[in-house]
Design a protein around this ligand. Structure first.
Ligand code: ATP
Length: 354
């Protein structure tokens, strides 16, 4: 449905915001562009929208190469982070604006605006101006404006970032349901990995203008392809511990763990394990990271425990999520035991696939 071919956007001064990117987004897909600040997400979205011209490469929507077309001729609707509503227009006029630009007769566009407003629970607010609306209501007006003209593609730039934490959770569910109902191909930009995991059908994780991995939420969460994605995805960061493969197993931060298939003796590796898959023991064992509890953080129904581990290969922090009432006191000696089958082994930054 949307395909990008060798897309590059270089700004004056030599910043390559998008760097030779290839990507295919399927019809009806809810697709997230995820990455840290400055990785090029917004520039990529704006290039799809036609608000930025690429330095090289092509943008194809449906069957048409739209690289040279202006935004108005691409059949896309973009919702901006700040919603970009017209302050002097009421809700009806804001929603109907793109239809007015398309010269749809007044009665028809007002009927369409009212119908779309009803769908987004805005019917009571049609006569208000943006300044008289809450952030969440403004967001729904911006969505209604995008929906009213039936585009082939929605482009959302951090659509939830101006909402408070509680409303953001509600808006996630709402937006996902709406996208399902409308089945319109949607690309949305976010720096919030939780948001991308919760909402998207597939996610492209970006860094420095490039795509580090494309996959479903469970693929990028369970099998991050490289240490960048591994460290970026997850509400508590993955443990990524340097080690060496020896004949008797992986030597990692003082622990000796089962050998990894496909890794030769003497090779340097990074051992990746989510804190949720790390258990605490109160006695020494060979396959555990021995350390001292430095911080205990309350996560609600569980605790995040940070151990300071001193080993022949250096000092490391190892984190474990433990059930409530099982958390050790700060300062205690503890042993973090990895659930080894859950571990991911990286070599030269890339996942070793057995
Ligand atoms: P954020 O989450 O902070 O919005 P982002 O991932 O959306 O970040 P972009 O806004 O696409 O990142 O910016 C990517 C890079 O391009 C950054 O280094 C930024 O400074 C640079 N950049 C963006 N717009 C311009 C511009 N108009 N001129 C020059 N450099 C720019």
């Amino acid at each position: 449905m949307i395909s990008l071919h060798g897309l590059t956007k270089e700004f004056p001064g030599g910043v390559r915001a998008v760097d030779g990117l290839d990507l295919a987004i399927a019809d009806g897909e809810f697709f997230a562009l995820l990455g840290p600040s400055g990785c090029g997400k917004t520039t990529l979205l704006r290039t799809i929208a036609g608000l930025e011209a690429p330095t090289s490469g092509r943008v194809v929507i449906g069957d048409a190469d739209v690289t040279a077309l202006p935004p108005g001729r691409r059949d896309v609707a973009m919702v901006f982070q700040d919603y970009a509503l017209f302050p002097h227009m009421d809700v009806t006029a804001n929603i109907a604006y793109p239809l007015r630009v398309k010269k749809v007769p007044r009665a028809e566009r007002e009927a369409k605006a009212a119908e779309t407003a009803a769908r987004l629970s805005l019917s009571e607010l049609l006569a208000r101006r943006p300044a008289q609306l809450s952030g969440g209501q403004q967001q729904r007006v911006a969505l209604a404006r995008a929906i009213a003209c039936h585009p082939a593609v929605f482009l959302f730039d951090e659509p939830l970032s101006n909402l408070d934490a509680r409303m953001r959770l509600e808006a996630r569910t709402f937006l996902k349901r709406l996208q399902r109902e409308l089945a319109v191909t949607t690309v949305f930009v976010t720096h919030d990995q939780g948001e991308a995991l919760a909402m998207a059908d597939r996610i492209a994780v970006m860094s420095a203008g490039r795509i580090m991995q494309v996959g479903t939420p469970s693929e990028v969460f369970q099998r991050p392809a490289n240490t960048f994605v591994a460290s970026f995805i997850g509400s508590t960061p993955m443990n990524l511990l340097p080690g060496v493969a020896e004949d008797d197993g992986l030597h990692v931060a003082g622990a000796v763990l089962p050998p990894a298939p496909g890794v030769a003796g003497g090779e340097e590796i990074v051992y990746g394990l989510r804190p949720e898959y790390m258990d605490l023991a109160d006695a020494a064992r060979k396959d555990a990271f021995a350390g001292q509890v430095s911080v205990v953080e309350n996560l609600g129904t569980s605790f995040l425990v940070t151990l300071e581990v001193t080993s022949p290969s250096g000092d490391h922090l190892v984190q474990a999520v433990v059930p409530e009432d099982a958390e050790p006191p700060p300062g205690a000696r503890a042993w973090a035991v990895p659930r080894h089958p859950r571990a991911l082994v990286y070599r030269h930054g890339a996942l070793v696939v057995p």
